[in-house]
Design a protein around this ligand. Structure first.
Ligand code: COA
Length: 261
């Protein structure tokens, strides 16, 4: 696949994948979703990668789902809408189950699905200025597709607060709730990511893969079921709802949605 929305850089056994739609703050549209899933599946089928690093080009890591695309979904049939949401769920699942460690290098903002991308990273280093948030309800939609991955990281209590308010929160809070592992100054971001990568590369490559797999398998026995059908259905319904479309349009038209006094 010829990537238009990602840049890939190889440094020995380390692959750096960078979201590259800075003009819309690395919001993900169907093209970026397809490319990220394709990249993740490529790692799975045997490129000789030991560690992958996920970052965003431009001023922020990722502003989540592309709201111009979300606005368009109102014109879709339910079947197409669901299929489209299922593809987004497939991208998150492919990243979450990446066989090698995925290190997130996060700066600027990680909002909505951008915080979802943070949740599917194994190790996350964030610039101290980064703003996080599960802002979907502010737009009249909801954090459905990302919810299994975020819940696995931050637990129900933090999710109840942060999913329901949609409030933005700082990197220090992201670390407290387990979404982020290290918070650094801007100039220490890259060296800290590099230190994690070096640490990972001192471990046995097969052992690291097996450890990641074990975490996944043990967790699934603790009662988690595959929920992508449920989550895709939930967002597919919500984003075409009157309220969802009003919230999305309000963002694109740079005004408050009508439920904001
Ligand atoms: N989808 C589509 N376009 C988006 C976007 C998104 N999620 N987030 C930002 N953009 C676009 C803006 O509409 C703007 O386009 P324009 O240049 O045509 O006006 C451009 O990206 C730059 O955005 P701007 O808000 O001016 O950039 P910023 O650097 O000041 O702020 C953010 C960056 C990420 C803090 C801010 O854009 C934001 O809050 N985005 C919404 C994030 C969100 O709630 N996402 C949840 C999605 S489910």
């Amino acid at each position: 696949m010829d990537y238009q929305t990602l840049t890939i850089r190889r440094d020995g056994n380390v692959e750096h994948v960078t979201l590259n739609r800075p003009e819309v703050r690395n919001a993900f549209n169907p093209r970026l979703i397809a490319e990220l899933e394709d990249w993740a599946r490529g790692v799975r089928v045997g490129r000789d990668v030991r560690v992958a690093v996920l970052a965003g080009a431009g001023p922020v890591f990722s502003a989540g789902a592309d709201l111009a695309w979300m606005a368009e979904t109102a014109a879709y049939t339910h079947e197409r809408n669901l299929d489209d949401a299922t593809r987004m769920a497939g991208m998150f699942e492919a990243l979450d189950t990446l066989p090698v460690p995925l290190v997130g290098r996060v700066h600027g903002a990680a909002l909505g699905g951008g915080s979802g991308l943070v949740a599917v990273c194994d190790i996350v280093v964030a610039d101290e200025q980064t703003i996080f948030g599960f802002t979907e309800v502010k737009l009249g939609i909801l954090p459905a597709v990302i919810s299994p991955y975020v819940l696995a990281k931050i637990g129900r209590s933090a999710a109840r607060e942060l999913f329901l308010t949609g409030a933005r929160f700082p990197a220090t809070r992201a670390r407290e709730i387990g979404l982020v592992h290290a918070v650094t100054s801007a100039d220490q971001l890259q060296p800290t990511v590099a230190a994690y990568v070096r640490e990972l590369c001192t471990a046995g490559p097969e052992a690291v893969r097996a450890a990641k797999q074990t975490i996944r398998e043990v967790s699934s026995r603790l009662g988690h079921e595959p929920v992508t059908a449920l989550t895709a259905e939930a967002i597919a319904a919500r984003r075409v709802s009157a309220e969802g479309q009003e919230g999305i349009r309000a963002f694109l038209e740079k005004r408050n949605p009508k439920w904001v006094e």
